[in-house]
Ligand binder design. Structure first.
Ligand code: 1CP
Length: 345
């Protein structure tokens, strides 16, 4: 069984001989070959040039033979396609050249109908990746409308998103209007990725924790549900709701096919408490790949695999993106352990 079949079986809760695995490098510059590519091309140029995006996508696959390849791009391409361009400065995070602060900023946004045309470079990149990796699972991704709005209102990276929290509280009508538009834009973008060969689309709700306890469904979950719903029958959906493992009962309102969990959760306990109706992805702590020995990384990886060995629908991953100082031997130990761990032995 090739990696793509393995992933498709795992996410659709069929029996598999082992767990498929991959990692997300968003925060990471851990690969020397990626750093070399970045010496020659700025980040946004890599994202917008299909041949370069292909190269960046292939780098971790070549080195570690992950079962799944994740498109090299960023969640903020959708913000740019909606009239709010972003830039990225090393070590300084993301900043947007315009922000949303009033009803007229929302009214003046371009129609979400044109979002896929404006993201033609993603279409082209996915076409190249799909052709290059027919036997690997291919994952597309997008932000959840709630997380995308956080960047568009705040204007970039932030620890506490004070402007966004005030906007949600003080301008509920505008917030809803904005979320409807972004849900539409994100849904068509996610569907486009499915049409270009993505087997699954991961929806990043990286700032999900900004929704106060008990309010996740109303503020974010119901919009993420639109995105997940738009993929039904076309590709699987995976929701990553950051720092929400302790509020898992709230995030399942999104109706995704799989949920990606941070390292604080014990996957088998989530399975026991919430049932087996969806796949679970995760959840080795990224810090372990930076701080521990390869033997300790292998051991901790085995513990997670063993914890889920009696249950269908596990995709092995980190609890969040890999850190820039991750040790390559540790990533190798993670990958080798995953490949060699068979459920039935
Ligand atoms: O080269 C660099 O140093 C840039 C680092 C980087 C990378 C490699 C950024 C800037 N984006 C990316 C690519 C990226 N972003 C991927 C590609 C897949 C892969 O190669 O593994 C993905 C899936 C993302 C998703 C993304 N971008 C998220 C969601 C994931 C998460 O961590 O919760 C978020 C929040 C972003 C915004 C973003 N892009 C980059 C940074 C540093 C940030 C965070 C901004 C912030 O809030 O501070």
């Amino acid at each position: 069984m090739n990696s793509r079949e393995l992933f498709l079986n795992a996410i659709s809760l069929k029996k598999t001989e082992r767990a498929p695995f991959w990692i997300m490098r968003q925060a990471g510059r851990y690969l020397p070959e990626y750093r070399a590519l970045k010496e020659k091309h700025p980040f946004t140029q890599i994202v917008k040039t299909p041949g370069l995006a292909l190269e960046a996508t292939l780098q971790p696959i070549r080195r570690f033979d992950f079962d799944c390849a994740i498109l090299f791009s960023d969640i903020l391409v959708v913000s740019e396609a909606m009239g709010f361009p972003y830039s990225f400065a090393d070590g300084k995070g993301i900043s947007l050249s315009r922000t949303i602060s009033s009803a007229s900023d929302i009214e003046n946004m371009p129609s979400p109908d044109g979002v896929c045309e404006r993201l033609f470079y993603v279409k082209n990149a996915l076409g190249l990746i799909r052709a290059e990796l027919p036997n690997k699972a291919l994952l597309g991704f997008c932000a959840s409308p709630f997380t995308l709005a956080a960047y568009m209102v705040e204007g970039g990276s932030s620890n506490a998103f004070p402007k966004y929290r005030a906007f949600i509280k003080n301008c509920p009508k505008e917030f809803e209007k904005l979320m409807d538009i972004l849900a539409q834009a994100t849904s068509s973008y996610a569907k486009m990725q499915a049409n270009c060969g993505a087997d699954a689309v991961q929806i990043f709700d990286s700032h999900a924790y900004l929704a106060p306890r008990g309010m996740y469904e109303n503020l974010s979950g119901r919009y993420a549900r639109k995105v997940a719903g738009s993929l039904k029958g076309e590709a699987y959906s995976i929701l990553f709701a950051n720092k929400m493992s302790g509020r898992f009962g709230e995030i399942i309102s999104a109706g995704a096919d799989a949920y990606s969990l941070d390292s604080s959760a014990r996957l088998s306990e989530i399975r026991k408490k919430f049932g087996g109706g969806f796949a679970l992805q995760g959840n080795l702590a990224p810090e372990i790949l930076s701080a521990e020995s390869p033997q300790a990384c292998a051991q901790k990886t085995r513990e997670i695999l063993g914890d889920m060995a009696g249950s269908r629908g596990h995709i092995l991953n980190l609890g969040h993106g890999i850190l820039p100082d991750a040790n390559l031997e540790n990533v190798e130990a993670f990958a080798e352990t995953a490949k060699n761990f068979k459920y039935d032995e």
